[in-house]
Design a protein around this ligand. Structure first.
Ligand SMILES: NC(=O)c1ccc[n+]([C@@H]2O[C@H](COP(=O)([O-])OP(=O)(O)OC[C@H]3O[C@@H](n4cnc5c(N)ncnc54)[C@H](OP(=O)(O)O)[C@@H]3O)[C@@H](O)[C@H]2O)c1
Length: 312
């Protein structure tokens, strides 16, 4: 098959391209700035911007399946409008190029809930892409744990930089993070399963945690100590967003929509893909350790302790 990876310079895209190199598929990538992209051998690079019709269409030439791994929370202003316009442009171009299938990595969250603008925007992209002739496979995920994941970086830096955290009630909301390796395994698996065309799936790791657990377990793995978390009723997500600006290096354009999303539980309620694809899911603690190791070459205190035990 001829596969296009959009968002190939991003956190998920880069790992997906690397994994696709171990398959027989021909791979083209779409990037906005080819001069800063270091392509793997045998990968065709096309430069273009999905917000600029006329610039990116050649990337779809001869493509059977396109991965849509783009979001527009990378600049100030109305990301919802940009996300919708980007998806519309891509859907039209995919139609014109006669693409069979689009695989979109979306956000987890119950449609019945009052979804945050970020999650509602993921839904709008799903439905916009589905308006075309290509079948769309949607994989909905909560926080993806891995080095360079903006959402995980936010959790990691808060957890490791603040010994005491005064938080809004959202720390009690449930979340089902998933390791990046498991996401990549699912993204690859659907490529070879024609019955997944036109389906919407939810994916998650083996652990359902509250955001409080997420913060304390991340800190415990990274530093060996847990922050003190004090939930108070008066703090709004907006105020927490300002805290995130102060404490983390995640750009505000990305951090604020993500923080607003923490009010929505993001837990798998439909495990059809897990039953279809046999993946040994990575425990949260292991995923955190892997992320730290990938970022620093250091597995955090848990690995060090395990290594010490191993030598006893
Ligand atoms: N990370 C998570 O925890 C998580 C969780 C659930 C779902 N997802 C979804 O997974 C997908 C990938 O996320 P990610 O974490 O890999 O994001 P990321 O690291 O921020 O990467 C986003 C990618 O989109 C590209 N892009 C943005 N605007 C573009 C445009 N107008 N034209 C062409 N390319 C454009 C960026 O290119 P540049 O390098 O040029 O900026 C970048 O490669 C997104 O749809 C996201 O919503 C992520």
């Amino acid at each position: 098959m001829h596969v296009l990876v959009t968002g190939a310079s991003g956190f998920v895209g880069r790992r997906l391209v690397a994994a696709l190199r171990d398959t027989d598929h021909a791979v083209t990538v779409l990037v906005r700035d080819a001069s800063t992209y270091d392509p793997a051998p045998d990968v065709t690079v096309v430069e273009g911007d999905v917000l600029e019709p006329g610039s990116f269409e050649p990337s779809l030439d001869g493509v059977d399946v396109a991965y849509y791994l783009i979001h527009a929370m990378d600049a100030d202003g109305d990301f919802v409008e940009r996300d919708r316009r980007a998806a519309r442009n891509f859907e039209r171009a995919a139609n014109a190029a006669d693409v069979d299938r689009i695989v979109y990595l979306s956000g987890l969250g119950d449609d019945g809930d009052d979804l945050s603008p970020h999650l509602a925007s993921r839904r709008a992209v799903e439905s916009t892409l589905a308006e075309g002739t290509a079948d769309v496979t949607v994989l909905r995920a909560a926080i993806i744990v891995g080095a360079e994941s903006a959402s995980f970086r936010m959790i990691f830096q808060l957890a490791t930089r603040l010994p005491v955290m005064v938080t809004p009630q959202w720390v009690h909301v449930a979340c089902q993070p998933i390791a990046i390796d498991d996401v990549i395994a699912y993204l690859l698996a659907v490529l070879d399963l024609p019955e997944t065309a036109g389906e919407v799936y939810e994916i998650g790791g083996p652990d359902v945690l509250t955001y409080r657990d997420l913060l304390t377990e991340t800190a415990a793995v990274a530093t060996g100590r847990e922050p003190i978390i004090v939930p108070v009723p008066v703090l709004s997500p907006r105020l927490s967003a300002y805290w995130v600006d102060l404490v983390t290096d995640v750009p505000a354009g990305l951090a604020h929509p993500l923080i607003e999303g923490v009010r929505n539980p993001v837990v798998v309620t439909d495990d059809r893909l897990q039953r279809l694809v046999d993946i040994e899911l990575t425990p949260f603690e292991t995923a955190v350790r892997d992320a730290i190791e990938a970022e620093t070459g250091d597995g955090g205190v848990v690995r060090k302790r395990a290594a010490t035990r191993g030598t006893e």
